[in-house]
Design a protein around this ligand. Structure first.
Ligand SMILES: C[S@@+](CC[C@H](N)C(=O)[O-])C[C@H]1O[C@@H](n2cnc3c(N)ncnc32)[C@H](O)[C@@H]1O
Length: 222
């Protein structure tokens, strides 16, 4: 499928899929959305409530690496040791990576962003003092981890274009993959998504969404 780089409202770039009229991030601001949904409501919530020294994050849809990158930047400040796994079936190309402007927009290290993309797939690579990354080239339906992760960033394309990724079947896999007390965050606030999460045992909260979106969801495995 054809992909093109576009600029979102906060100046940061994302990838647009014309055939689906779908983006990797919100048109209202890629960096703003990623910080709100995954860092504020996920990472910071988890650090504040659980205060772990070491924890494991699973990302559903590694894509441009933006979520991994901002997690790495925050990990450098707070120094919890993060073991991050990004699952992605369709890795982006070198020329697409070069067109992303996250290091300029965040005024931060280009070397670290490049390292996220250049490290080899399927093995664990130490990216910085407190951040280790494993990129897995895999379909979400093939995920079989059990009781491994503390936090999941659920960042699949929307249910409008990929409804099969927002079903009980997938959320059962997410529930299985989390440890007890583990948390999943996503930008979606759809009623059908919330009900699919509840059906597999999650306790779900509706939270204020990022710019351009009224709500988002956070699900906890008790
Ligand atoms: C919304 S984008 C993810 C954006 C990403 N988190 C980022 O920060 O750039 C969804 C991602 O899921 C990937 N994807 C789509 N269908 C998939 C599937 N069935 N299994 C695995 N990856 C899939 C896409 O290639 C895309 O990178």
């Amino acid at each position: 499928m054809k992909r093109e780089i576009i600029t979102t409202a906060d100046g940061s770039k994302t990838i647009h899929i014309p055939e689906w009229d779908e983006q990797y991030h919100s048109k209202h601001g890629a960096i703003q959305e990623a910080y709100h949904v995954f860092i504020e409501m996920g990472l910071f919530y988890f650090l504040k409530n659980k205060q772990p020294k070491f924890f494991k994050i699973l990302e559903i849809g590694f894509g441009t690496g933006l979520n991994a990158f901002i997690t790495l930047i925050e990990a450098e400040k707070f120094k919890p040791e993060i073991d991050y796994t990004g699952v992605e079936a369709y890795p982006i190309a070198e020329e697409e990576i070069e067109k992303l402007n996250y290091t300029t927009e965040l005024n931060t290290s280009e070397e670290l962003f490049k390292k996220l993309h250049s490290c080899i797939w399927e093995v664990s690579s130490k990216i910085s003092e407190s951040f280790t990354l494993t990129k897995r080239k895999q379909f979400f339906s093939e995920i079989e981890d059990k009781n491994v992760y503390h936090l999941i960033y659920f960042d699949a394309f929307g249910a409008r274009v990929q409804p099969k990724l927002w079903t009980e079947e997938i959320f059962q896999k997410m529930h299985d993959a989390l440890k007890t007390g583990g948390v999943l965050v996503t930008y979606s606030a759809k009623g059908s998504v919330r009900r699919a999460m509840q059906a597999v045992g999650f306790t779900v909260e509706r939270l204020p969404g990022p710019p351009g979106k009224r709500e988002m969801l956070r699900a906890t495995k008790y």
